[in-house]
Design a protein around this ligand. Sequence first.
Ligand code: B12
Length: 217
Amino acid sequence: MEDALSKICRAVVEGDDVSVVEYVREALQAGESPLRILNEGLMPGADIVGKRFEEGEYFLPDLMLAGRALKAAMEILKPLLAAAAATDPTLKKARIVIATVQTDIHDIGKNIVASMLAAAGYEVIDMGVDVPLNAIIEKAEETKADIIALSALLTTSMPYMKDLIELLKARGLRQKYRVMVGGASVTPEWAESIGADGTGRDAVEAVRLARRLLGEG
Ligand code: B12
């Protein structure tokens, strides 16, 4: 018998947004945790789709179907994950500007990070996808943000994270902001090498990191 997480993974691989919702609901009812469903059901599915795409077995429409299935599943998980990040009244009201950097339109992961940060009590300004670096800095200045959070999934868009940090330095603003970076290919080593203040593998780690950067935990 195929287990619940494998079924969820398969539905993502098949780009089946109807079954994935059904399987996620079943898994939740059986007591599976939302985070495990994300990390051990949906993400492995996304990885398989990605590999097949790289190997020429899947094409852009397959990627789009998988994206749709992931989004549908996230709609169910987002409020549950958010509840797990429950607001701690002792936290200071920090402000976080988040964006997927220019040239990159992947937003499923960024959106879940944004909603969990919001659920953790932070004021989140989500600028969307394909956002020019200067616009991100301007928004951080305008809103007096504490943290700039950047997402990128393409290896070709990741260098823009480094460029943003360099731009901050050139404008004498680097000390003003904590910069956190993330996305499927971002590693702690890489984050350190570009001078970022940290990264997280998933949205739960993103919240933990924000708390640490703000001296809250
Ligand atoms: C769905 C998908 C798409 C969808 C995106 C829909 C959408 N609205 O986002 C569509 C079809 C649009 C798409 C397009 C493309 N894609 Co695409 N896509 C994917 C796929 C299969 C899944 C991504 C996803 O949503 N994962 C699920 C979410 C929940 O995970 P996540 O994004 O990683 O986010 C988590 C963590 O990374 C972290 N996180 C994310 N952001 C942040 C930020 C911070 C601050 C922190 C702390 C943490 C954090 O927390 C999140 C939650 O747990 C990946 C494969 C993969 N394994 O990632 C390929 C993939 C990213 N795509 C790829 C490619 C090549 C493309 C295209 C260039 C294809 C093409 N030829 O046109 C285009 C590029 C378009 C563009 N300009 O951006 C490649 C990138 C290769 C590379 N190394 O650069 C991948 C890796 C597939 C592959 N293996 O070839 N894609």
